[in-house]
Design a protein. Structure first.
Length: 138
């Protein structure tokens, strides 16, 4: 990320088991993290946010970032997105169907809808990267 992230923060989807649970890499009770509230009520209804740096996570979770995240979830038709920010990294777990099952015998080879969908996914991902200014890292 363009700003050195020194804290450890996670945004966990409220409705489902998270990737952190599945991988057994996060335990909010032992990580020394505090609950964080932000002003976006819709986002707070979907996510629980924990951090050891309240200012830093608010700096990351801007309205622009949240809007891009919503677009990403919609374009990928994701059931949820889990997030962690630590040591200068942003980790996004986008839960989708099988992205490798792209072409099937049922579709015509001239059907370009899959390419249009892929383009939309990459374009939305690019917008998220621009919002975080990840492409400006030196």
């Amino acid at each position: 990320m363009h700003k050195k992230v020194t804290g450890y923060s996670v945004a966990i989807n409220c409705n489902n088991q998270t990737i952190f649970d599945e991988l057994n890499i996060f335990d909010k009770n032992h990580a020394g993290l505090e609950s964080v509230e932000i002003e976006d009520g819709e986002f707070m209804n979907e996510y629980q946010i924990y951090s050891n740096n309240q200012i830093e996570i608010r700096y990351i979770l801007t309205p622009a970032f949240i809007e891009r995240l919503k677009e990403l979830k919609k374009v990928f038709n994701a059931s949820r997105i889990d997030m962690a920010f630590f040591n200068g990294y942003a980790l996004l777990g986008v839960h989708t169907g099988n992205l490798f099952d792209t072409f099937t015998i049922k579709n015509s080879v001239t059907d370009t809808s899959i390419f249009s969908s892929f383009y939309d996914e990459m374009k939305t991902l690019g917008k998220l990267i621009e919002t975080l200014k990840i492409d400006n890292v030196k």
